[in-house]
Each structure stands twice: as C-alpha cells, then as structure tokens.
Design a binder for this molecule. Structure first.
Ligand SMILES: C[S@@+](CC[C@H](N)C(=O)[O-])C[C@H]1O[C@@H](n2cnc3c(N)ncnc32)[C@H](O)[C@@H]1O
Length: 236
C-alpha cells in the first residue's frame, strides 16, 4: 500500500502544486496560513512531515512560526519538485517514512503535517512517532481532510470529489487514478471526532480545531505535555 502511494505521488509530483491550486481555487494557500495562526509563539526548530513541495514550510517561515524547518517525505520526486522553494530559505529536505522518523527524541519545538496523515497507513503509530520527536511542551499541527459526517462536506466529496477530482487529475496531471485515490482516502479515513479521540489517547493535550469551507478541510493543534511521559501511551 505505501509503495503504491509513493508511486502515485511520484507520478503527479511535477503537477502537484498546480492541481492543488486549481482544485481548491487557491483555498489551500489560505488554509495553511490560517492553520499556522493556531501555533503559539515562535517555535525555532520545526518538522514538516510529509512536506511534499514545502508549501507549509515556506508559509511557516514567512509567518515567523519557524526559524529552521526540516522537511521530510518518503517520496523523493515530491521533494525535487519543490526544491526551488528551498533556495535561500532555512529548509532542509530528507527522504524518510512517517512511521520511522530519522530524528532524535525531543528534536522539535513544532511538528506539522499538512494533508499527509491519512496516507500513513497507521494514524496512531504516526502520532506516537510525532510525540517522540517533539520536545516536552512542543506543539503538533495537523491539516487534514477527514471522512465527512455533515451534509455539506459529504455532498461536496460525493459530487465534486468523486467526479471533478479525477477529471482534473487526468487533464492536468495525466493521472485520474491518483485523484480517485485522493477522494477514496478521505472517505475511508478517520472522522474529525475519531481524530480528536486518537490525539488524546496518544498523550497529546490542549487540542483545538479550526474548520475551513464548512468542514471540507480541518486544522488541529495540540501539544505534548511539558511533564508527560517520555513516550506516548500505546493507544490506537
Ligand atoms: C497530499 S501530499 C501533502 C504535501 C504537502 N504537505 C502539502 O501540504 O501540499 C501528501 C504527502 O505525504 C507524503 N507521504 C505519504 N505517506 C507518507 C509516509 N508514510 N511517510 C512520509 N511521507 C508520506 C507523500 O509523498 C506526499 O508528498
């Protein structure tokens, strides 16, 4: 499964940013910025996990929500497609899997994941890794599309998501299947309520949510307790 996901992103990497802008009518840029406003203070060392083409890293630096960003993604072509955005900015890039992060315990003041969590295969294991690499008191920011429960987002994904995503993916990236996967991965992922429970069960606290466009996209911030256990409790 993860090999198939990696191949899919490798295939669409050169057109990934274009598709994001077209399919969201540029709302994705605004969603990242608004989500970053949930971050408190000015974290120094920041992880952008599943960083793709570094859009979140660039916004975090621009908004003063990071001084140095370490971008990590398991799909090298995505990192290459975004490499121009690293020029002149304190952003490093590393090929790595979300479930086995190549970073020391407590390495980051802030860890962030934009639209990557639902691809990781084991959402609870990914949270445990994120908890591990956060400093005590460090913040975790996740942007994601969750399985819709309310009428409007359900309608949106059942119509626009099911029909327009693959049409646009076929026309602009030559890969309708990738954008079929995008929609399918949302309808088979956690609901926002499930995600809320999972964050708490994995030792994260202070959970706060933002919803965009009536629940089409969400952002959540939480933090590792300053005096919590060394590892997240094993909960799934
Ligand atoms: C929808 S893109 C999001 C990219 C970027 N964060 C953004 O906001 O545009 C999802 C990214 O997750 C990466 N990804 C998926 N599964 C992963 C895993 N297990 N470990 C690391 N990266 C993963 C993909 O390669 C892809 O770049």
């Amino acid at each position: 499964m993860s090999e198939a996901v990696k191949e899919l992103f490798a295939h669409i990497a050169p057109r990934y940013d274009l598709l994001n802008r077209v399919l969201s009518a540029r709302h994705d840029v605004r969603w990242r910025r608004h989500a970053l406003e949930l971050v408190q203070g000015s974290p120094h060392t920041v992880l952008d996990l599943a960083c793709g083409t570094f859009d979140l890293a660039v916004s975090a630096l621009a908004l003063g929500k990071a001084q140095v960003v370490h971008g990590s993604d398991f799909c090298q072509p995505m990192l290459i497609a975004g490499s121009g955005k690293r020029a002149g900015r304190p952003i490093s890039a590393c090929v790595g899997d979300a479930l086995h992060l190549p970073y020391a315990d407590g390495a980051f003041d802030l860890a962030m994941v934009a639209y990557g969590w639902r691809n990781f295969g084991d959402p609870a294991a990914a949270l445990r890794e994120l908890y591990r690499v956060l400093k005590p008191g460090g913040q975790l920011l996740i942007l994601e599309f969750f399985r819709p429960v309310r009428l409007w987002p359900r309608f949106f994904y059942a119509t626009f998501g099911r029909i327009v995503f693959p049409l646009a993916g076929g026309a602009l990236a030559g890969n309708a299947d990738a954008y079929r996967y995008l929609n399918a991965s949302i309808s088979s992922f956690l609901t926002r309520a499930d995600a809320d429970r999972l964050l708490l069960a994995n030792g994260l606290i202070g959970v706060r949510w933002l919803s965009f466009c009536g629940g089409i996209s969400h952002a959540v911030i939480a933090h590792r307790p300053a005096d919590g256990p060394h590892q997240a409790p094993a909960a799934s």
